[in-house]
Write a protein that binds this ligand. Structure first.
Ligand code: DX5
Ligand code: ZN
Length: 216
């Protein structure tokens, strides 16, 4: 499945990019929320998300790169988030925040940064719908894929098979048509792509090319 990251979309004509996702029948819209604190960049907040929600019926895959995300879960649920992914080191009581997200009936994801180990899954995996393997350091679009992510995806797949086979693996950062195949072969279910889709002349064609590569 494909989850285009609108961080790289054209915000002077955002409807055009949503029309492209609608016509290509994208599986998700990946929405990167940055607070200038957890990551060295600022994007946008829940009021923008609720406006964008009016442009599509595609599920919103909301990636929170913010400190203390527990304070904003309700806002993002009300804004229309269908999946909410948090970073373990952004919240003091991870189990409590995971349960808070679940209490709203939305899916919950946990993001793992490039230098972080998978140990955090030991006591969280049963509760997760999604594991987001970061294949770049979070904060910016257009960075290069970090190779060691492939091994991490394979290891995550093993843990999932053993402990929670319904949990999905999403991979975020530096995904292009040229490396998508090896990321899928390693075990990814959902690919996030920002610049590889919205940096091109026809985002619709690029989404379709990713879908063809996945045979869907
Ligand atoms: C990075 C974000 C990504 C970013 C990906 O912190 O989480 O979702 O938009 O952009 P590309 O696909 O250009 O690497
Ligand atoms: Zn992201």
């Amino acid at each position: 499945m494909i989850s285009p990251s609108i961080l790289s979309a054209d915000f002077t004509n955002i409807k055009k990019d949503f029309d492209a996702m609608n016509s290509a029948k994208s599986h998700f819209v990946h929405v990167d929320i940055m607070d200038g604190n957890y990551v060295p960049n600022i994007s946008f907040g829940p009021s923008i998300v609720s406006q964008l929600k009016k442009l599509t019926d595609i599920p919103f895959d909301v990636h929170l790169m913010i400190e203390n995300p527990e304070n904003y879960i309700e806002d993002f649920v009300k804004a229309g988030a269908d999946i909410i992914t948090i970073h373990p080191d952004s919240t003091k009581h991870l189990n409590r925040t995971i349960n808070l997200i679940k209490s709203y009936g939305v899916d919950v994801g946990l993001a793992i940064n490039p230098a972080e180990s998978l140990d955090v899954l030991d006591y969280t995996i049963e509760d997760l719908n999604l594991i987001l393997i970061m294949s770049v350091n979070p904060g910016f679009g257009g960075q290069s894929f970090i190779k060691s992510s492939l091994r991490k995806i394979e290891e995550t797949k093993k843990i999932i098979n053993e402990k929670n086979p319904r949990c999905k693996i999403e991979v975020d950062g530096g995904i292009k048509l040229s490396n998508a195949k090896e990321v899928l072969d390693a075990g990814a279910d959902i690919l996030v792509a920002g610049s590889a889709i919205f940096g091109q002349d026809s985002p619709e064609d690029e989404i379709n090319k990713f879908k063809e590569l996945m045979n869907i």
